[in-house]
Write a protein that binds this ligand. Structure first.
Ligand code: 5AD
Ligand code: SF4
Ligand code: FES
Length: 363
């Protein structure tokens, strides 16, 4: 049995069947997989971990994704929207603490008040950091013009998860209307790349109806799409969402966690020079979840720098960690955690994915 994984890893062409075997690896085979992915990660990015200070500035969302705790129809949560000053203060915190980059994330809105507010904030953040703070945005599907305006205002990376690369599975996770269209999302990913963003995507792992073949195809999708950055993590059910009715059909939570680690390991083997984030959802399941991901292949972590009073309300899923903590708590805590897996923060660096420069030179 052990030979099977070794042989697959020796062979350079990983197809669906080979990846499924890797994702199902247990015991010594699993250890072989993780050793290989850890070695690649260390060869390419050493023990440095890039920080992205995460500002979840609003949980107001126009969409109704069936899995998400902040979907529009969830009336059980209090909605919030940070003021510009609060957002700029959080960005300044990241800058003063040498985080190198921030991520601005919120629910998805596309009205012009929202889009021009973002343009203005991007310019202000560039100004307050003398152009030094890197800015990733994660603000959903927008028109090409809006993506271009934000790029010109100073954002240089964009995260837009495909959530599930299989259109049939995607359709089961979203309402059937224009606001939730798989092909529109694909089009957006293409636009982002064309405009010049370092482009990130990702999926949820352990969703209802999802097969091992779907997950293998997700990884090949990322490779075929020449993606620069990936954030993916376990699906965690939320009581106030439609998907909760399938809670008894899911893989046990620990198995979803382990499968997420294997997805990261296989992706690192498939795409050696991209940035892979250790998602916060991993930590919701295992207190050392993100650090375990760093050990076997991830090289980016997103410390939460949202002002503490709002954190409780950005509940995409249950058990979200750090909701009672402040930005300073997370800073000290993370350094200690990373040292436990022999990793250290790369303070002051943007930490762009090498893959991006190769991809854009090639074009
Ligand atoms: N479990 C895990 N991840 C989730 N997300 C949304 N809801 C959940 C959930 N229940 C993820 C989606 C989205 C990102 C912002 O959060 O992948 O893109
Ligand atoms: Fe809104 Fe994103 Fe949640 Fe969908 S996943 S409901 S777009 S915040
Ligand atoms: Fe947030 Fe530990 S990382 S408190």
């Amino acid at each position: 049995m052990k030979k099977q994984v070794i042989n697959i890893l020796k062979n350079n062409t990983l197809g669906i069947d080979e990846i499924v075997t890797l994702l199902k690896a247990e015991g010594e085979e699993r250890a072989v997989l993780f050793r290989e992915s850890a070695k690649i990660k260390n060869d390419y990015s050493g023990n440095k971990v890039y920080y992205r200070g995460l500002i979840e500035f609003s949980n107001i969302c126009d969409k109704n994704c069936y899995y998400c705790g902040i979907r529009r129809n969830n009336k059980e949560i209090e909605r919030y929207n940070l003021t510009d000053k609060e957002i700029l203060d959080a960005a300044l915190y990241a800058y003063n603490n040498d985080y190198g980059s921030i991520v601005l994330q919120s629910g998805e809105l596309s009205n012009s008040h929202f889009t021009s507010r973002i343009t203005n904030l991007l310019k202000e953040i560039k100004k307050l950091s003398g152009g030094k703070l890197g800015i990733t945005i994660s603000l959903g599907e927008q028109t090409g013009n809006v993506y271009r305006e934000w790029f010109e205002a100073g954002a240089h990376r964009y995260l837009l998860r495909i959530e599930a690369s299989n259109p049939v599975l995607y359709a089961k996770l979203h309402p059937d209307n224009d606001l939730h269209n798989y092909y529109r999302r694909l089009e957006c990913l293409g636009l982002l790349q064309k405009i010049g963003y370092q482009t990130g995507t990702g999926v949820m792992i352990g969703l209802p109806f999802q097969t091992y073949e779907d997950l293998a195809a997700d990884l090949l999708f990322m490779k075929d799409f020449d993606i620069d950055m990936v954030g993916m993590g376990p699906y965690i059910e939320h009581a106030n969402t439609p998907l909760i009715r399938y809670k008894n059909e899911l893989l046990p939570i620990k198995a979803r966690f382990d499968l997420s680690l294997k997805m990261i390991a296989v992706l690192r083997i498939l795409m050696k020079d991209i940035n892979i984030a250790a998602s916060t959802a991993l930590q919701a399941i295992d207190p050392m979840g993100r650090e375990k991901a760093i050990k076997i292949g991830a090289n980016v972590i997103m410390p939460n720098i949202t002002p503490g009073i709002y954190r409780d309300n950005y509940n995409l899923y249950e058990n979200k960690p750090c909701t009672d903590d402040s930005a300073d708590d997370c800073k000290g805590c993370l350094e200690a955690r990373l040292s436990m897996v022999d990793a250290e923060p790369a303070y002051g660096e943007w930490g762009d994915a090498k893959h991006y420069f190769k991809r854009t030179k090639k074009d």
